[in-house]
Design a protein around this ligand. Structure first.
Ligand code: 4AD
Ligand code: MG
Length: 430
């Protein structure tokens, strides 16, 4: 037997088809049963008539939601069916029964989170997961076209990179290690061999506050390139994101519409110029247009990012944050020594920071001072300083929070829905 997907069967439009999937909905009388069958491609109405299945009617009458079945029948267009076609079933087989499926209408968010392993089958989650898959595959395509190498770094690491307070400690035999906060330091070693590298890997941060934008385990999509400066790297981030978002809009219009995101609007965003401004200009906008007086020298908080972004409907790159409060590897701008050659990209609609990146410092002394200020033992970083001792070159990189992008693209209220099995302070199962 060869099976079609439901979508392929609908494309065929008439004649005999065999499909397989799960009962999405069912209703009927003692003469006829309507089953909406679901598979990864679509849903379709299937009709089973008692006159065709007299001896099996009891089974059919008891068919419940999420039973898996295979069936053969004749497909035809039917205006009144939910997806425009129906199959008149001539033969069927139950593969796996399902009784009293726990997910019914109007369940609480907590209940759905506890039953995430089943909730993944919902139309909403399936749409998000498809979009996530398109996004990630498009990104691979983008970097392959650009001749970047895929480079993988260890998850168990001896160093911090983004501040000690969010590190997860791991007992590693007799030693103490940390779960990766970023791939960056290893990617900086790799660019001296490979030039331009990218990856996407699990990233861990012990975030102590509960927000709609933070996960404890998330996927960071990172890039590092030799000979790139701040301008080159922040323009690459824009190009990468525009490419991937356009692919999603082209390949998943139905999924986007189901999530109430207009694909045309997304395409328009990718065809618009995304501005770059300096942190000092951002402070000016905040003061003049939002009546928020932020003194130079502080990182932007969520509220400030949101207020600033009320004045833009596409992502904005903000560069040159105050050197003083930036991570140790972000170099000072020789033109304005109180600023760092770094950037964040902020998304509209209250989504805040989606990308963080910078040019990398090549000044060992500057980095040592910054690390010591953070209370770090600089002897742990001697391997990293070697990269500056032996043929150092200017280089830059950035990291994209994959779930933050998916949250924005899919217009999700909470980042937890951008990942199949979320992890945060309160949620670590299933
Ligand atoms: O800005 P961050 O901390 O930058 C870095 O880690 C750099 N080392 C990256 C690099 O230059 N290679 O993190 C990068 C991005 C953020 O902009 C955000 O989108 C995401 O990672 N991110 C999180 N996403 C979800 N949950 C969290 N707890 C996140 N922390 C950061
Ligand atoms: Mg950041």
């Amino acid at each position: 037997m060869t099976y079609s997907t439901i979508q392929e069967a609908m494309n065929q439009g008439e004649g005999q088809v065999s499909v397989r999937g799960w009962v999405h909905r069912e209703r009927g009388s003692n003469k006829i049963k309507f089953v909406v069958l679901r598979d990864p491609s679509n849903t379709i109405q299937c009709i089973l008539k008692r006159t065709d299945f007299e001896d099996k009617w009891e089974d059919i009458d008891h068919l419940q939601v999420e039973t898996s079945i295979t069936l053969t029948g004749n497909i035809k267009p039917e205006e009144r069916a939910p997806t425009g076609y129906e199959i008149n079933v001539t033969n069927y087989e139950i593969v796996g029964s399902s009784e009293n499926y726990p997910i019914t209408k109007d369940q609480s968010t907590e209940f759905l989170a506890d039953n995430r392993h089943l909730w993944l089958r919902s139309r909403k989650m399936t749409a998000i997961l498809k979009i996530r898959s398109t996004y990630v595959q498009a990104r691979d395509e983008f970097f392959k076209n650009k001749k970047f190498y895929r480079f993988d770094a260890p998850i168990l690491q001896p160093n911090q990179c983004e501040g000690g307070s969010t590190l997860f400690e791991v007992k590693f035999y007799q030693e103490k290690l940390f779960l990766a906060q970023t791939w960056q330091l290893y990617a900086e070693a790799a660019v001296f061999a490979l030039g331009k590298v990218y990856n996407m890997s699990p990233t861990f941060r012990a975030e102590k506050s509960r927000t709609s934008r933070h996960l404890s385990e998330f996927w960071m999509a990172e890039v590092e390139a030799a000979w790139y400066n701040l301008y080159d790297i922040s323009e690459l981030a824009k190009e990468e994101l525009k490419y991937c978002i356009k692919k999603v809009a082209e390949q998943n219009p139905e999924e986007l519409k189901l999530l109430e995101r207009d694909p045309e609007e997304l395409i328009k965003i990718t065809e618009t110029e995304w501005p770059t401004i300096k942190y000092r200009e951002a402070l000016k906008i905040l003061k003049e247009k939002c009546n928020l007086d932020v003194p130079f020298g502080k990182d932007l908080r969520t509220i400030e990012e949101e207020k600033l972004m009320e004045h833009f409907d596409v992502p904005v790159v903000v560069t040159n944050y105050p050197k003083e409060v930036m991570a140790f590897y972000k170099p000072k701008d020789p033109q304005n020594p109180d600023e760092a050659l770094c950037f964040d990209m902020l998304a509209p609609d209250g989504n805040g920071e989606i990308v963080g990146g910078s040019q990398r410092s090549t000044d060992i002394e500057e980095m040592k001072v910054a690390l010591e200020k953070e209370g770090e033992d600089i002897s742990n970083y001697s391997w990293y300083f070697d990269l500056r001792k032996y043929g150092s070159v200017p280089h830059s990189g950035y990291g994209i929070g994959v779930e933050r992008i998916i949250k924005w693209i899919c217009k999700l209220d909470n980042i937890k829905d951008a990942i199949p099995f979320p992890r945060n302070m309160e949620r670590f199962s299933p």
